[in-house]
Design a protein around this ligand. Structure first.
Ligand code: AGP
Length: 593
């Protein structure tokens, strides 16, 4: 994962700006942070830990020089230590590199370089890169050529930013299977892993393709070259997200802000109906749909299955992206593979997209403009959630669902359902007003060790998503289960120490789920019911009821019903003293397989 930034500024110090930018990338990893600038020698400050902690210790902004590179790390090779933190330098300390990605052949390269006499200081895969560049510069190649040659030696994925004391005023970026964008103002030049990182500095963005090299040059500005080294003219996109859209806006955490932004995110996404109608016209001859996604986006896909199968006579598969390559044999041109990914950069999903592109039609549902999935899929639909910073997906999930509902409604020609869909944001607003009650429930249950989340039909993926949120940000073990499946095994785990969250909207599955609620209560379980406030079983004394409106029927429950579950996880997380925006071991965008 990791996040990288590089910049050349006109006449001000680069380190404070790099620090500010890298803080906006902290969702990509927070095992360590580092900044390097070329001055008389390479000025370098780095250490393990979260950015604020390292900054307090080292004063990261206090480094001379008007240009430099920075990094936040999500460890893959080598535990978080100062030595393993980026930037990494060559033997002579004349070249400095930050890297996002994984170098698969680093062991062979490292052995080879050690035999040539290179000295390594870390256990990282990345450190081979400055040494390879050093090797080629020692052979007489310039920095650009040396970076090109070094990256030709690498197998795996990378986005790099590199500078050398031997070629002052220049930062080189290059990418393969990891995201990298560039940005520029009149006389200030940037590169970064994503747009929000540099949005405060510039909204003029250049999207880069695999193999392209971007050169930030004090004199020549931003130059992009293709794999052969020819200059390519790139379009400069003006991004209309404001930096405030990517900041906390008075909330304690991004996650809470993003939960509260959900009615707007759904409204904005529903306003994209025309865009979806256009795609539906283009994909007429489809006889089968296969959804592919990871994590929360996978849960959105499962809702898609229930929805499409309720509205249309068409087979729907849902495959985890990390499993897709093992099950993609039956794809054909009459299959539409729908890839759902908020970031558009998830490695497993991108790999599936490339497999699917060869055999079938592909549609990507994505939140991040210009991300890789949007450039590689046959068709693209954007969710209009705005930037999501919290690691736990919330507003992007409900926006994905809004897209799926629109798509299913237009594909099945059941436009009469649009009126119902358009009421959802208002229903979500009403649920958000129940936050105080959810806070009390969160305090009551914050110390338990295990949770079950149960639901049937549309509510089964909602239960899975509720359990995922709880696991991610509270570190409590939770399982999302089909309510009817409990009796086939997991019921053995239920007792008065294992609370059960039951998702019970009015509709076809309602009565049977209530029977399952009775089963767990009979085994001593405390129940948190999310359902109609008029339900007698849920109003019983041993149930903590988050009572919602009767009008939210099963088919349209997926979007509003996830809101109380997100709030429950958020408030348990805060009550336990965890930072929900930065859960341990996780990163916002998973760019490794
Ligand atoms: C969600 O809370 C998680 N952070 C994670 O499961 C996420 O949904 C998954 O990694 C997929 O990400 P994507 O939508 O960007 O592809």
């Amino acid at each position: 994962m990791c996040g990288i930034v590089g910049c050349i500024l006109n006449d001000k110090k680069a380190a404070p700006v790099l620090l500010e930018c890298v803080k906006r990338l902290e969702y990509r990893g927070y095992d360590s942070v580092g900044i390097a600038t070329p001055y008389n020698e390479i000025e370098l400050k780095k250490d393990k830990g979260k950015i604020d902690d390292v900054d307090q210790k080292l004063n990261l902004g206090d480094i001379p020089g008007n240009m430099g590179i920075a990094h936040v790390r999500w460890a893959t090779h080598g535990i978080p230590t100062r030595e393993n933190s980026h930037p990494h330098n060559d033997c002579k300390n004349r070249i400095s590199v930050v890297h996002n990605g994984i170098i698969e052949n680093y062991k062979e390269l490292k052995d080879e370089l050690i035999r040539e006499g290179h000295l390594f200081k870390s256990e990282t895969d990345t450190e081979v890169i400055p040494h390879l560049i050093e090797r080629y510069m020692d052979e007489g190649h310039d920095l650009e050529e040396s970076v090109r040659k070094a990256t030709n030696d690498l197998q795996g994925s990378f986005a790099l930013a590199v500078f050398s004391l031997d070629e002052p005023g220049k930062i080189i970026g290059i990418l393969k299977d990891s995201p990298l964008i560039a940005g520029k103002n009149e006389s200030e030049y940037f590169l970064a892993s994503d747009v929000p990182a540099i949005l405060k500095q510039t909204n003029n963005i250049i999207y880069l393709k695999d193999g392209e090299m971007v050169i930030l040059d004090e004199k020549e500005g931003v130059v992009v070259k293709d794999v052969e080294g020819n200059v390519v003219e790139k379009e400069v996109h003006i991004i209309d997200w404001t930096p405030e859209m990517a900041e906390k806006g008075g909330y304690d955490h991004f996650m809470l802000k993003e939960i509260h932004e959900q009615p707007k995110a759904v409204r904005d996404t529903l306003m994209g109906a025309e865009e979806i109608k256009k795609v539906v016209k283009e994909i007429k001859s489809i006889k089968r749909i296969c959804f592919v996604a990871c994590g929360t986006s996978y849960h959105a896909s499962l809702i898609g299955k229930y929805l499409f199968e309720s509205l249309m006579d068409i087979p729907i598969d849902v495959v985890l992206a990390s499993e897709f390559e093992y099950s993609a044999n039956t794809l054909n041109q009459e299959t539409l593979v729908i890839l759902i990914t908020q970031s558009g950069e998830t490695a497993d999903t991108l790999k599936s997209l490339r497999i699917a592109n060869k055999k079938s039609k592909t549609l990507a549902i994505v939140n991040v403009l210009g991300s890789r999935a949007t450039r590689e899929a046959d068709h693209v639909i954007y969710t209009h959630a705005g930037p999501e910073i919290g690691v736990a997906a919330t507003k992007t999930y409900v926006s994905q669902l809004a897209c799926i509902y629109l798509l299913a409604i237009y594909m099945s020609k059941k436009e009469e359902l649009l009126e119902r869909l358009n009421q959802i944001p208002e229903e979500m607003e009403k649920i958000l007003k129940k936050e105080d009650q959810i806070i009390s429930i969160a305090h009551k249950y914050k110390d338990v060790q295990d949770f079950f989340f149960i639901g049937r039909g549309f509510s089964y993926p909602t239960a899975m998503e509720g359990a995922l949120k709880l696991k991610e940000i509270t570190y409590i073990h939770a399982e999302g289960y089909a309510a009817g499946e409990l009796k086939h095994g997991p019921l053995a785990l239920i007792d008065d120490e294992v609370p059960v969250v039951a998702v019970v909207p009015p509709g076809k599955s309602h009565d049977k789920t209530l029977s399952n609620v009775e089963e767990v209560r009979a085994r001593g379980a405390h129940v948190i019911g999310v359902g109609s406030k008029k339900d007698d079983v849920l109003r019983s004394e041993t149930v903590d009821l988050i009572g919602l409106d009767d009008e939210i029927d099963e088919m349209f429950s997926a979007i509003p019903y996830i809101v109380p579950l997100q709030l429950l996880s958020y408030h348990i997380s805060v009550a336990k003293g965890i930072d929900p925006d930065k859960p341990k071991n996780l990163a916002k965008c998973v760019t490794v397989e």
